[in-house]
Ligand binder design. Structure first.
Ligand SMILES: Cc1cc2nc3c(=O)[nH]c(=O)nc-3n(C[C@H](O)[C@H](O)[C@H](O)COP(=O)(O)OP(=O)(O)OC[C@H]3O[C@@H](n4cnc5c(N)ncnc54)[C@H](O)[C@@H]3O)c2cc1C
Length: 497
């Protein structure tokens, strides 16, 4: 068996792994990165993060300016950005996770968010302003919520490329088609290396510390059925097919503690025509036609029986999208139809339904026939909904406008408008699984803990396979932020061994 030596092995080549490799190198370690995918498929879910939004705290423009040195003063003068404080961020995490997020981990995510995006900028990651989240108003751009302001240049693929250039400039070795298969431990159960599956057979990489950053188990149908439950084995996966839970399994095999919300997912509404894997794009090879279908808050969503099944206006999609995919999966056939009328056509267009196939009709009955839903059922749903819409305040999609329904179940709590203006449009959506929430227990040094809550010497974890941050749901832009934070910390600490 071929054997290599280094100080730190990083398993994976997504955002968390790349942050870990850069950070370990910065701390003086010789690093080897193992990536299971071939080079042209490198980057994991990170590559698919088309928005590549990073959620971080800030106190308004003075804080975000250093992140965007290329933005001229004349552009800043047109921007209104409210602060997004640490307290706001923490409250958002706790609200969407129903208070279950582990406080120390939620604090880590919040407190390290701004320092980490700053470190990334200093390391060579370029940020851009997320203008799609701003409202143009009389020549100015206004953010009503400061939580969503930056994304990496050229999205997830750009992020992977920029990290890759940083790793190359540091001379860090990346070995493709090298899947970590097993952890090597010594007589005290300290981790001393990794057994690797390569195209030539098994190899060993010996080291002082290992950072596992190789994603959740969302791409394993067997583990999905086992932990998420019936039906999830057939769900479409929005990202890479290589995140099959290997890192979690390897760590459990040497006594790591299984932790977090093992039946929980981040799963969103996506185009019903998306592929089984790489479903984030209808055309992943060319990065064309994003499949996210996040405009449902503007209309209603019904199942194939013509029934509504959730509160479409519970909150902004940034705070509900990650749990809405799972609700669609529970419906017959795992399909839902998002229905809009002409009034919201422009507003829906802002959600970039590119590549989607709209089903258009001049009446609700005709729409039902085209969708193969019983016409009477859909007509009744829309009539009941329309009757329940309150008219005591104006519709405003930019704020939680409180324009709601009264007297129907489920209610619509915001943005309720009658569906009464032809043509009517429906889009078929299904559940798109982004990542799983169960995984490894870590401490704030990103050490993997054993079943006695003690660190396993030499073993660190970062990114999607770390558990305890998110339960039930998730605030948008939290996945990449968690990956960069935990990667940076894990890499630095693994290098200090
Ligand atoms: C369509 C889509 C859009 C998204 N948009 C956003 C967004 O805007 N903002 C946000 O914060 N999050 C977003 N996310 C979530 C985000 O992509 C993930 O949370 C994040 O990229 C996870 O990073 P990671 O490094 O932990 O894992 P990944 O990026 O998935 O990297 C894991 C890597 O490990 C490799 N690997 C797996 N097994 C092995 C093994 N045995 N040996 C070696 N290598 C292995 C994989 O090939 C992969 O390269 C989005 C996800 C998708 C799919």
């Amino acid at each position: 068996m071929a054997t290599l030596d280094c100080d730190v092995v990083v398993v994976g080549l997504g955002n968390a792994a790349q942050a870990a490799a850069a950070s370990a190198h910065e701390t003086g370690a010789k690093v080897i990165v193992l990536e299971k995918a071939p080079e042209k498929k490198r980057g994991g879910n990170t590559w698919f993060s088309h928005g590549a939004q990073f959620r971080h705290y800030h106190n308004g423009i003075p804080d975000v300016k250093p992140l965007l040195p290329h933005v001229p003063e004349s552009e800043w003068e047109k921007i209104d950005l409210p602060p997004y404080t640490k307290d706001d961020f923490y409250a958002d995490i706790m609200r969407v996770t129903r208070g279950r997020s582990v406080p120390e981990l939620a604090e880590l995510l919040v407190n390290e968010s701004y320092p980490t995006v700053k470190w990334m900028r200093e390391s060579g990651i370029q940020w851009e302003i997320l203008y799609t989240d701003a409202k143009p108003e009389s020549g100015r751009f206004r953010w009503h919520h400061g939580s969503s302001f930056i994304h990496s240049k050229d999205g997830g693929a750009g992020l992977v490329d920029m990290w890759h250039r940083i790793l190359q400039s540091k001379g860090i070795e990346v070995r493709y088609e090298n899947g970590a298969a097993r952890l090597i431990t010594d007589e005290k159960n300290a981790v001393r290396g990794v057994v690797v599956q390569t195209p030539e057979g098994l190899a060993e990489v010996r080291c002082k510390g290992v950072v596992l950053a190789c994603g959740g188990f969302q791409a394993s149908p067997a583990l999905r059925a086992q932990y998420l439950g019936s039906g999830w084995d057939l769900a479409k996966v929005r990202g890479t097919k290589y995140d099959t839970g290997d890192g979690i399994q390897m760590a459990l095999d040497i006594g790591a503690q299984a932790f977090g919300h093992w039946s929980g997912t981040h799963a969103t509404p996506i185009d019903a025509d998306a592929g089984d894997y790489e479903g984030g794009f209808l055309d992943p090879a060319n990065r064309r036609y994003r499949t996210h279908r996040y405009g449902w808050t503007l209309g209603i969503m019904v199942n194939t029986e013509g029934r509504r099944f959730l509160d479409e206006g519970e909150d902004f999609h940034a705070y509900t999208y990650a749990k809405t995919g799972g609700e669609i999966l529970k419906q017959p056939g795992g399909i839902a139809y998002q229905i809009f009328d002409e009034k919201v056509k422009e507003a829906v267009a802002r959600h970039l339904y590119e590549g989607a196939t709209p089903i258009v009709a001049n009446s609700i009955r005709e729409l039902a026939e085209k969708l193969e839903i019983k016409p009477d059922a859909l007509v009744q749903t829309v009539e009941e909904f329309n009757k329940a819409v309150t008219e005591d305040r104006p519709f405003d999609q930019i704020i939680r406008d409180g324009k709601c329904t009264k007297g129907i179940q489920p209610p619509k709590s915001n943005w309720a408008q009658r569906i009464d203006t032809a043509p009517f449009v429906a889009y078929a959506a299904t559940c798109g699984l982004t990542f799983t929430l169960g995984g490894l227990k870590i401490n704030t040094r990103c050490q993997v803990l054993n079943r006695l809550d003690r660190p396993i010497s030499g073993l660190y974890a970062a990114g999607e396979l770390t558990a305890g941050f998110f339960y039930y749901n998730y605030p948008s832009g939290g996945g990449l932020m968690r990956g960069a934070i935990t990667g940076r910390i894990a890499g630095r600490n693994a290098a200090c061994l």
